[in-house]
Design a protein around this ligand. Structure first.
Ligand code: ATP
Length: 477
């Protein structure tokens, strides 16, 4: 078998995603909605697996982590005081020749030209706010306006008091949230890399201001290891510390985890030290600010967002470390890494998605070797019934097309193992006693086949495929 893993072109991934039911362009029958994609039957499984693995590893595998699900509709004052209403902007420019619109920082800084027609006849850059504004209720007015959240983080800050009042929250502790965020990107592009509606997996980890640098380092290392555990190879990942103008005005430090996407190394996740900025701007009382604080009074807030120091009993606003990852970018990175084209020994070609088994949309496919043979289908169903009780994800019966087609389909959706049942698997028909009740397992990556007794199947699969483990570094080390 010849392996081919040169840089994968984006169009191959896009085509596979459409062909096999991972990701569809939204509203294509009306010409498409730019910057919006829908996840099909395979895509939704991959997405749910990524999110639930993140949640398990971030929330359940750690102490002092709490979950939250705050609303997408966001109060205008939340985004006024967070600074988004005024500063959550990108600079845009229009091409006077072909009328296309560009984000200034995406153009060559030394020789800015329209990426569409090549013209340098561009308008003066002007700021464009990325938030989607909407209206609550029947009357449209400034007073009734609200926003679709541009990040999940603000919901964590505005719920800070509810969380600390109701949970055993002592520094350091974290709040995790997964959910939709919306940005009216000037130029959505690179498939699901830059879209207008996407999901974030965010942690706000509250720490003593004195310890914020060490916790920032902790989370950069942890998040890097986690992406490697999901199957991204270390050589395709880089860490980049933001400097100068790149750094948000409230951040003390930000490190981006970059992945080698088909269009180059770009941000997959950002880990920011947001200082006490967010809690301070939403807090009614400013008397608890740390000396580093750069915020002014908030006359609209009714609540003090601070925590009492366990020993001194003084109120303090903690610093916050924010690891913020995009689900869509995570999925694009996983697909890029997993996509392989191979030439088999018989000269045939195959495309295969080498996804980690815990992320694969379908866990096991059971294929009756002969179609329309009731005894084989009954056996396949009994194996499916047994496995499905213990395997976390779909175990399917594939009884359409020929075996080659079935394998091709499951290679392309990343099913880690196929099980074929044949007449030898049936007690009544085989002439070879060793084969009674055995089935054939075909490994997606090596194509090796093994004959296994059906009673040993579950243990074999759990030991060899569904054995994902992630052990985070403890907060106390
Ligand atoms: P970029 O510089 O690429 O626009 P950002 O620095 O503005 O991204 P953050 O505000 O740090 O992004 O958001 C956290 C994460 O959310 C990013 O690392 C990314 O994975 C994801 N994300 C942000 N914007 C988008 C988008 N338009 N489409 C898809 N994912 C996004």
């Amino acid at each position: 078998m010849t392996q081919s893993k040169t840089d994968t072109a984006l169009e191959h991934i896009v085509s596979l995603c459409k062909r096999r039911g991972f990701i569809f362009p939204n509203s294509q029958l009306y010409g498409g909605l730019q910057g919006a994609y829908d996840f099909g039957p395979m895509g939704v499984e991959l997405k749910r697996n990524l999110i639930s693995t993140w949640w398990r590893d971030v929330v359940y595998r750690r102490t002092r982590m709490f979950g939250l699900d705050s609303s997408i509709l966001t109060h205008q004052k939340t985004l006024k005081y967070s600074g988004h209403a005024e500063t959550f902007c990108d600079l845009m420019t229009d091409c006077r020749q072909c009328k296309s619109r560009w984000r200034v920082d995406h153009l060559d800084p030394d020789n800015p030209r329209c990426e569409n027609c090549g013209s340098d006849d561009l308008t003066e850059p002007k700021p464009f706010n990325l938030m989607f504004k909407t209206n609550l209720g029947a009357v449209t007015s400034e007073a009734s306006s609200a926003y679709l959240r541009p990040e999940t983080a603000q919901g964590i800050f505005t719920n800070f008091k509810f969380i600390t009042d109701t949970q055993p929250a002592k520094l350091p502790f974290g709040v995790a949230q997964v959910g939709k965020a919306f940005r009216n990107e000037i130029t959505p592009r690179h498939f699901i890399f830059r879209v207008r509606e996407f999901e974030q997996m965010e942690i706000e980890f509250f720490v003593d201001p004195e310890e914020s640098d060490q916790w920032h380092k902790y989370w950069v290392e942890e998040r890097l290891q986690w992406w490697v555990a999901q199957g991204l190879s270390a050589e395709n990942i880089q860490c980049e510390a933001q400097t100068g103008d790149e750094l948000a005005h409230y951040a003390r430090a930000t490190t981006d985890i970059l992945y080698k996407f088909p269009h180059g190394f770009e941000e997959l996740e950002g880990i920011a030290n947001r200082t006490d900025y967010d809690l301070a701007v939403h807090s009614k009382s400013q008397d608890t600010l740390s000396p580093q604080s750069k915020v002014s009074e908030n006359p609209d807030s009714t609540t003090r967002l601070a925590i009492q120091h366990t020993e001194t009993k003084n109120w303090q606003i903690p610093f916050v470390i924010e690891p913020s990852a995009g689900v869509e970018r995570g999925i694009l990175a996983l697909l890029t890494e997993a996509y392989h084209e191979e030439t088999l020994d018989n000269g045939n070609k195959r495309t295969v998605l080498k996804l980690a088994p815990h992320l694969a949309p379908i866990k096991v496919a059971i294929i009756p070797l002969a179609k329309n043979k009731p005894e084989l289908i009954t056996l396949a169903e009994s194996i499916q019934h047994e496995l499905q009780a213990d395997i976390d994800g779909p175990v399917v019966i594939e009884n359409s097309g020929n075996i080659g087609k079935n394998y091709r389909r499951h290679d392309e959706v990343g099913t880690p193992v196929c099980i074929t049942v044949d007449f030898d698997s049936l007690e009544t028909t085989t002439s070879d006693a060793n084969l009674i009740n055995t089935v054939t397992l075909r490994d997606r990556d090596t194509l090796k086949q093994a004959r296994i007794h059906k009673h040993d199947l579950l243990t074999y699969l759990q030991q060899n495929y569904f054995n994902y483990r992630y052990k985070p570094k403890s907060f106390n080390q």
